[in-house]
Design a protein around this ligand. Structure first.
Ligand code: F0G
Length: 455
């Protein structure tokens, strides 16, 4: 039966699985990607780096040269960095949609209003399915197919399911999606449907979906593609490789990332430490994680339990991508915060909406979960954790088009109607640009133009 099945035949000599709690090393992982000794999460490690450390200058020049190549694997902004990823048997094995290669933008207006001289956005929403998930999915889906699986599955707040469905389809596998009913955006749901996944809307929340998935993989021959799967995190590391390359290997002072299930922050932190250990960068940026106040499990875990045990919460936020109360990778996130000296903060719903509109006003759309980064930066500045002369990179995780309802409700002034935040949100009216319905006459349009010019 499937529970006996392991991924042993998958593993090349070049990487191993290591338990993050007891350190147990193994050549294979069980279906639920948990340590056979203590049940904690696994991470991928590269023991041969100790004896023959990849040469930093050589890596940089190889990665630069690959940008001129037209082979499918080099056109991927993830596999271009394959020297620091689990090894494939051959280049054709990769299931790729040319993920990665995402832009880094300056945010001059947000820089002015916050007072930070150099403020950048690394926009992972420019990936093929519109979110950062693609960087991890190309790697994990590739290893799923290599292990001979016909079915892949995930629990999701929407973006993982969209990404998994796409990569399953490209790789000739079937996808099973478990999402909380009524709690993910239509855009994300429509992607999973269009890419042909079997999509189940479960009457529970994300945490309930994930719990069920973890039981399912022990009973049925499906390969789990949540970020508990350490191959996902290896792929997501490339965000940081690409970012540092774009910054000419000069580390920023701060990288700020949203926190939900905490896979992405763990992956970025792992990449930063690896880059430092391999001599690709000379110092570590501080990696900070921002959560919505209503889904603040990591914030509370650090404040109330000193990061020693998870304090889970019953999650509620309009930033549905991070509506997660029981984050699977909390321990990994605690480790990377410690390793990089980063901070963990929470922001309110009104702060999220304001930050999203401010990023949008720069001509750069993102989804609400991504905007927690700018809102968090403001808090970290107030606390003096970020200094006014420091360079900051915000990781925008998803595209604006992922959640148009939020944006339309915001601009129509309906986002907070009837909620406890209604009065606090009044201050946001200057940022609102509601659509204007007019008679189709020249006069009406000119009058509107004149009014807008005066406002
Ligand atoms: N931003 C967006 C747009 C997301 O979709 C997610 C997570 C996060 C941030 C948080 O990242 O979980 O690695 O800490 N979305 C998951 C999903 C959980 O199912 O799509 P994290």
């Amino acid at each position: 039966m499937a529970s006996e099945r392991t991924l042993a035949r998958d593993v090349s000599a070049e990487f191993r699985f290591r338990c993050i709690a007891c350190g147990n090393l193994s050549n294979s992982a069980s279906q639920n990607f948990r340590c056979v000794n203590c049940g904690d999460l696994l991470e991928i490690t590269y023991p041969h780096w100790k004896e023959s450390r990849p040469d930093a200058a050589q890596l940089k020049s190889t990665w630069r040269e690959r940008r001129l190549s037209s082979s499918a694997i080099d056109l991927s902004g993830v596999w271009r960095f394959r020297d620091l990823l689990p090894a494939l048997e051959n280049d054709q094995q990769a299931i790729t949609l040319r993920e990665g290669n995402t832009p880094i933008y300056e945010l001059p207006r947000c820089a002015r209003t916050t007072g930070v001289p150099q403020l950048f956005a690394k926009h992972q929403g420019m990936n093929p399915t519109g979110s950062f998930k693609d960087a991890g999915m190309t790697v994990a889906a590739t290893f799923a197919r290599r292990a001979g699986f016909h079915w892949v599955a995930c629990a999701s707040t929407g973006n993982t399911s969209a990404s998994m469905a796409a990569y399953a389809a490209r790789g000739g596998m079937r996808g099973l999606v478990l999402v909380p009913e009524g709690k993910i955006s239509w855009s994300k749901l429509s992607q999973a449907l269009d890419y042909g996944a079997v999509t189940c809307q479960l009457r529970t929340d994300f945490d309930g979906c994930l719990r069920l998935l973890q039981e399912l993989v022990l009973r049925a021959p499906v390969y789990q593609l949540n970020s508990i799967n350490p191959f996902r995190l290896e792929g997501q590391k490339t965000l940081a490789f690409e970012l540092l390359e774009q910054l000419n290997w000069q580390p920023p002072d701060h990288i700020i990332v949203p926190g939900g299930n905490l896979g992405n922050s763990s992956a970025i932190g792992k990449a930063l430490v690896e880059m430092r250990d391999l001599g690709l960068i000379s110092r570590l940026p501080k990696l900070s994680v921002i959560q919505a106040e209503g889904a603040n499990a990591l914030v509370r875990t650090l404040r109330e339990a000193a990061g020693q045990r998870l304090i889970n919460v019953s999650a509620e936020t309009r930033a549905t991508a991070i509506r997660i109360g029981n984050p699977a990778s909390w321990k990994k996130a605690v480790h990377v915060l410690e390793a990089t000296d980063g901070a963990c903060e929470q922001v309110t719903e009104v702060e999220i909406a304001q930050a999203k509109a401010e990023i949008g006003a720069e001509g750069i759309g993102c989804e609400p979960a991504s905007a927690v980064t700018l809102a968090g930066l403001k808090r970290l500045l107030k606390q003096g954790f970020v200094k006014l002369n420091e360079t900051v990179v915000l990781v925008l995780t998803g595209n604006l088009l992922k959640d148009p309802d939020f944006t339309i409700d915001f601009h129509r002034g309906e986002l907070f109607k009837g909620t406890k935040d209604e009065s606090a949100s009044a201050a946001l009216s200057a940022l609102q640009r509601p659509p204007i319905v007019l008679d189709a006459t020249l006069d009406a349009v000119i009058r509107t133009l004149e009014q807008a010019e005066r406002s």
